[in-house]
Each structure stands twice: as structure tokens, then as C-alpha cells.
Design a protein around this ligand. Sequence first.
Ligand code: ADP
Ligand code: MG
Length: 266
Amino acid sequence: MNSAMQNQSNPKPYKYPVEISNLVKAFGENVVLNDISLNVPSGEVLAIIGPSGSGKSTLLRCINHLEKPTGGTIKVCGEYIGYRRKGNVLRGIGGKDLARQRAHTGMVFQHFNLYAHKTALENIIESPIHVKGVDVETAKARARVLLGRVGLAERADAYPAQLSGGQQQRVAIARALATDPDVMLFDEPTSALDPELVGEVLTVMREIAESGMTMIVVTHEIQFAHDVCDRVVFMADGGLVEEGTPRDVLDNPQAERTRLFLGRFN
Ligand code: ADP
Ligand code: MG
């Protein structure tokens, strides 16, 4: 059975698709993540908020092993991401093995990161074909479904430069969904957009959340975090300062740092 079929028959196989234990990440002397532990239950939509430079992007990038942790462990769908366990020893992996682990997550970046010389459809089919070994026609059919899901059924053959920022980001979301990930990671997906284009991207994200997807969303969209997310974590200086329901953290923050940060949005 291929993993797409497994996803359909058993959409929530892991109690905690993401398990982060005592994660430390340093760049030279600069300790950017300082002993972070965080479990994300299946189906949860988690917002991570916090000031610029607090380590939010680095945390997401560790979850798909775009950054290698300095210490601690991260399990994604039960596997130590970036490693294979042999007895009690973790050995680093790369290449296809790492790509296969990475396919558990779909990442959406602030700056879309689409291939400029590929059409929307070609951007979306890339990973299914090369990482998952899906045949071209199946990948194309699935890509068209995903383009429909993000409201771009008519734009399959458009190049990124022919699309608005909001449309490009919706293609990027479709691309991230194309490998049937168990977890979607969003790194400030609307921060680079003109204000009038933010809503269309947030609407797509809300629909994905409502489909039951496990999501970790780094965002400054406080209203979105409030309305759509199940839990909010406030990060500062590489640590988790406060977490709770959106009402707890956003309406009634306990920590002074959270209050100061949220004061900016009022
Ligand atoms: P945020 O996303 O919350 O704004 P980042 O995770 O991007 O924060 O950055 C946290 C800190 O890590 C910053 O001080 C940043 O300069 C540093 N940093 C991030 N990536 C690198 C890197 N590749 N090399 C060195 N320092 C980095
Ligand atoms: Mg960032």
C-alpha cells in the first residue's frame, strides 16, 4: 500500500506527529533555540507567535531538518528526522532517505520559493514524481485537484511571474500538499503579501485546518490565530514563554513579554 492510500484509510496514524524534546540550536556562539520541548497532537492547528529574531523560523526549519539541531531530538511521524536509529545510536541520513522523511511535512515559506521557470502545475508535480515516485499522469491529475482546492483551477499553465503574490502563495500551498504530508508548516505565509491579498491565503489555510490537517503556523495574523488555531505558543529569545488556548494567550496573556508583544497589535 502506498502512503497516499494509507493517508486515506487512516488519516491520523500518530498521536503526536511532531515531538520535540529539549531542542537546542546554536549558530556558533549564538544560541537561537534554548531547550525547546513541544508536542503537537494530530489534527492540532498550532500558532507560533513572537518577535522577529526569536527563533520561529529556525524551529520550523529544524522540524524538516533544513537546520540540523545542536542538541535534543525531533520526531516526525515517529521517526527521528534526519536520523536512523540503530540500537541506541542515531546515525545521520541524507539523500533519498531524508527526502522521504521530509515528505511527512509540507512547508510553506514567506517568499513562496516557486521555481520561476516552471508553471504552477509543474511546480506542484515535482516532489510527487521525484520524491514519492508517482507517475506523471497521476501527479498531474492530483495537482489539478489541488489547484482547484486553492481556487486556481484555471491557472495550471501560468508561470509564477504571471500570478499575483496571493496566487503564488496558493500554488505554494498546493505544492506543499502534493506529497500528502501529515503536517503542514507555514512560516509567515502572508507577511510578504500586499494587504489586499492576505485574506485569500488565510481562507485557504482555514479550509486546510478544517480538513483536519495538523498545522504549525508561524504568523503575525493575530486574528487568524484567534479564530482558527487550537493553541498559541509565544516565543521569545529562543524559548517558549507562554502557551495555551488563543483566548488564554491572546486575550489574557500572563507573561509581561507576551503582553508587550501583543500590545503592538492593539
Ligand atoms: P524569527 O523567525 O523568529 O524571526 P529566526 O529563526 O529567523 O527568527 O532567527 C533567530 C536567530 O537565528 C537570529 O538571531 C538569526 O540571525 C539567527 N540565524 C538564523 N539563521 C541563521 C543562520 N543560517 N546562520 C546564522 N544565524 C542564523
Ligand atoms: Mg522568521
